[in-house]
Design a protein around this ligand. Sequence first.
Ligand SMILES: [Zn+2]
Length: 277
Amino acid sequence: MVSDPYREEEVADGVWLISGSHDWGAGVNAVVIVSGRRAVVVDDLYRPGDARRMFRRIQRWGVEPEALVNTHWHTDHTIGNCLFACPIWAHVTGPKYLQQYWPKWVGGPRDPRAGGLRLKLPDRLFARRASLELDGTEIQLLHVPGHTSDSIGVFLPDRRIFIAGDTVMDLPFVIFGDSLEEIRSLRRIQGLRPRMILQGHGPPCRGSRLAGDIRYLRRIRAQARVARRTGISREKFVETPLEDVLPPARYRALPKGYGAAHRGNLGKVWDELGRSR
Ligand SMILES: [Zn+2]
């Protein structure tokens, strides 16, 4: 029997990391920031049952969600939007992608993937940055594209915690986005000097991890450039093993399933370089 992957952990005072299950081994995360009787929720998981469970949990705490943030349009971060009556924050381009992909990836409320939940679009939109306030404490929303063009991160400056969505994952994943934008965004997050980063999938990590993420992306971009110059085919290039581009310790620590993400990244950087010529 598979153990229940749903988890709630208070990773800092009033900052709850909620993890739910995913088809993919690393699970998926949401974050609830609580102060007094108010809360800001970041993302709302993938399985309808997990989203409902998180929502009920917030109700049992007796706190009122006053804002929900969608870090990006991917439906494994937005399935529970319709449970929340509060404003939903997102990048200005997020709703158009959600509207386009929800019917394909989730379907109508009767679809088993939707589990009775329906599409609810974000209604508080911004382009570069926005600022929320929770009980007198500032919460910054920053556009950090790369994983997707609409990706945003949530920074808690008083605690130096960065809630990254999928801009930070155990391995950068740019197939839906752009590798150069991702490098720029990772540098921007480094500049915030976060003490803790809460990733969209996988456990919390430190800011020092980002240097290795940037090196990985730079390396596969450089390798794609050489491969194109020397006549290696795209089909052959995307088979470049992950262990060839990551330090051994980092490679060994990666959960299974990232091989496919790596192949997707290789194909993406290959295509990006073709476009820029
Ligand atoms: Zn994503």
